[in-house]
Design a protein around this ligand. Structure first.
Ligand code: HEC
Ligand code: HEC
Ligand code: HEC
Ligand code: HEC
Ligand code: HEC
Length: 261
């Protein structure tokens, strides 16, 4: 038994090694291939050759593997500087260490920098978190919750650990996020079901209207999330959930029974 197990493991790892080599070759080709629309960027060209200094908060690799890299959000998008200059000194004009209050990545300035692209900044400015960040430095900024490379959307478990760094677990906030995520999932399933029911000729107008209301409330809940006014988010989230339920019940009701053979 044991021997067989070992054999299987060997065989599997040979497969995996083979797979990794092939995947590596494919990836290598892809990486050498310039991305469409990618422009020459001296930050990337130079930094990919450097060992990350020890004080670095995120590595080059983390950037390279991030959603930001895939969408061509490059070093200069967050750090400033001039990516058209090949000389380090010229390229670094305006690039300041995050300890410097004038840096674009100084902890109190991070929200504004992210806000050049992300609308979440509008809601966040209304939050007690933002107020405390500016007033006492004790509120979280975007990178506190999204990681130094800032593209992580926390799982529920990671969220509990993160929130708990500063205060007792905000249970209602967890509940809200769970409702938002669950509703988002059921909406995508319901859309498919609605499409199918429509094709089958069922009367779907009422279900469609409910689905529309659910979608609208879900958007409002998501927009309100970064205010951290949890009650407000909760009310919208629950309302979205209830409209989704109503849409589901209505779809179940109008579904045409299978025609007898
Ligand atoms: C020719 C090489 C070169 C180019 C081009 C370059 N860098 Fe650097 N960069 C370095 C080196 C080397 C360091 C290590 C610290 C030092 O010597 O300043 C560094 C450090 C940094 C740091 C850390 C600064 C600190 O105070 O800790 C940031 C942020 C940075 N670079 C961003 C950029 C951005 C953004 C660009 C493009 C606009 C860029 N770099 C272009 C070589 C380069
Ligand atoms: C989405 C925004 C974003 C992008 C893109 C980004 N960084 Fe950063 N980087 C940050 C933030 C924010 C910090 C400060 C981390 C903290 O406070 O936790 C930081 C910190 C650093 C540091 C440590 C020095 C310091 O000032 O604290 C270096 C070095 C660095 N980044 C280099 C780079 C390089 C090189 C690239 C491109 C390959 C890059 N960054 C891309 C946001 C970004
Ligand atoms: C130059 C514009 C730009 C800047 C600056 C920027 N981002 Fe992004 N960010 C994007 C784009 C584009 C995406 C890809 C997803 C999308 O299209 O929304 C993205 C994705 C993300 C995601 C993942 C969203 C998801 O659904 O998976 C998070 C989280 C995020 N950014 C946070 C940040 C934070 C925090 C900062 C500041 C440290 C920041 N971003 C700075 C443009 C930017
Ligand atoms: C206290 C923690 C916290 C802070 C601070 C925070 N976020 Fe978030 N953010 C979250 C959580 C949790 C989610 C996931 C919400 C969800 O599941 O709908 C999220 C979602 C996001 C998303 C993805 C939205 C989506 O629908 O996929 C982006 C982009 C984002 N945040 C950007 C930012 C930016 C920019 C800032 C700063 C201005 C910021 N966040 C500050 C916790 C935080
Ligand atoms: C870096 C510290 C820090 C982190 C991390 C943090 N918070 Fe907070 N939070 C604060 C501070 C400070 C306050 C303001 C407390 C006060 O009013 O005195 C606050 C207040 C709140 C409030 C009350 C808001 C209001 O309008 O009264 C909620 C809700 C909240 N946090 C949720 C969260 C959630 C959810 C997370 C994790 C995703 C989180 N916090 C992570 C520091 C933090």
């Amino acid at each position: 038994m044991r021997g067989l197990g070992v054999e299987l493991v060997r065989e599997r790892s040979a497969w995996i090694r083979g797979g990794v080599v092939i995947a590596g070759m494919v990836l290598g080709v892809l990486l050498l291939w310039p991305l469409p629309g990618a422009e020459a960027n001296s930050c990337i060209d130079c930094h990919k050759t450097l060992a990350d200094p020890s004080h670095v908060k995120h590595s080059f690799l983390e950037w390279e593997q991030s959603v930001h890299a895939k969408k061509q959000v490059t070093c200069n998008s967050c750090h400033g500087g001039d990516p058209a200059k090949a000389e380090k000194k010229e390229a670094h004009a305006g690039v300041l260490n995050s300890n410097n209050p004038k840096s674009r990545v100084f902890y109190q300035t991070i929200p504004k920098t992210c806000g050049t692209c992300h609308e979440q900044y509008q809601a966040f400015q209304k939050s007690r978190h933002y107020m405390m960040l500016q007033k006492t430095g004790k509120g979280p900024n975007c990178a506190t919750c999204h990681g130094a490379m800032a593209t992580k959307v926390l799982s529920l478990k990671e969220m509990q650990e993160t929130c708990n760094l500063c205060h007792p677990k905000p249970y209602q906030a967890y509940e809200v996020i769970a409702i938002i995520r669950k509703t988002a999932l059921s909406l995508s399933l319901l859309k498919d079901a609605l499409g199918a029911a429509k094709q089958a000729g069922s009367p779907v107008a009422v279900a469609e209207a409910e689905l529309g209301r659910a979608q609208a409330d879900l958007s409002l809940a998501k927009q309100a999330w970064h205010t951290f006014h949890i009650k407000e988010v909760f009310v919208k989230g629950i309302s979205a959930y209830e409209h989704a339920q109503a849409a589901k019940n209505e779809l179940d009701r109008v579904k045409t029974p299978k025609a007898s053979p």
